[in-house]
Design a protein around this ligand. Structure first.
Ligand code: G1P
Length: 252
């Protein structure tokens, strides 16, 4: 989203009048998680200013800085300060999930019965696997797999499955030791998926299939779709929207 992204971090783009990152923090509030650290980098100060002015009730938000854009794995390391020696969740700040049961709750429910590292997964078309971390494994329950392999952004030919990492994770603190061992991977970045593969060598990991719809607002299409999906939150009625969208689409 070229020029808009330079003016405004994508996490601050409004979906139905609410910044994407607020939707993500509200997902935490909905499941009773009361502490969050948002890792921000240069140019994303507006995120901190926004939450200082309009906090999410029930969630204490602190901030950590990523001094250089070295990748998602590095961002997680930057947020370590407040985590201590306990399991924690990672939520990608540019990904909104629409679901009857919050996506975070879906992961936590599986974790409650089987406390293992867990990752939310979503089936994607094979020609899109190169955009994602891809997990494969064997089904152990309805919608739950025991993960066997993880690869960041494989080619469609090499991908062992079409199950994409969907931007929500639960990790034991041991992930930090794994993050300390990775070297730059795809795109020259320190990839969280690579650290997860190291963790998987030491302990089991679950994949939980998302029941819901994920929108990565870093893509223009998903941004528009998310705004339509969440339009009800603005007070717009289905009739208003239907008429507007019909007319617009007819003109395209
Ligand atoms: C990141 C992760 C990837 C995951 C994706 C979900 O990739 O590295 O494993 O599937 O988010 O959106 P990015 O979108 O930062 O390239």
């Amino acid at each position: 989203m070229g020029s808009a992204m330079r003016a405004l971090p994508k996490e601050m783009l409004p979906v139905a009048g609410t910044p994407v990152i607020r939707h993500v923090v509200e997902e935490l509030a909905a499941v009773g998680i009361c502490q969050a650290t948002i890792v921000i980098s240069e140019g994303k100060e507006s995120i901190r200013e926004y939450f200082e002015g309009t906090p999410v009730p029930g969630v204490a938000v602190t901030f950590a800085y990523q001094p250089e854009p070295l990748g998602l794995g590095h961002a997680v390391v930057c947020g370590r300060g407040v985590i201590g020696d306990e399991p924690f969740m990672v939520l990608l700040g540019d990904t909104i999930i629409e679901a009857d049961t919050p996506a975070t709750r879906q992961l936590l429910d599986v974790y409650a019965s089987t406390p293992q590292a867990s990752v939310l997964l979503e089936d994607v078309p094979r020609d899109q696997v190169g955009r994602y971390g891809i997990a494969s494994g064997s089904a152990i329950a309805d919608g739950v797999i025991q993960v066997h392999s993880l690869v960041e952004k494989p080619t469609p030919e090499d991908a062992a499955s079409t199950l994409a990492i969907a931007g929500r994770y639960i990790f034991p603190p041991a992930i930090f030791e794994c993050l300390g061992r990775i070297t730059p991977g795809v795109g020259g970045e320190l990839q969280l998926t690579d650290a997860m593969r190291l963790l998987l060598a030491d302990e089991p990991m679950l994949g939980v299939r998302l029941k819901g719809q994920r929108y990565d607002v870093g893509t223009e299409e998903a941004f528009i779709e998310a705004n339509v999906a969440f339009a009800g939150e603005t007070g717009a009625t289905a009739d208003d929207l239907r008429a507007q969208l019909r007319q617009r689409l007819a003109e395209m």
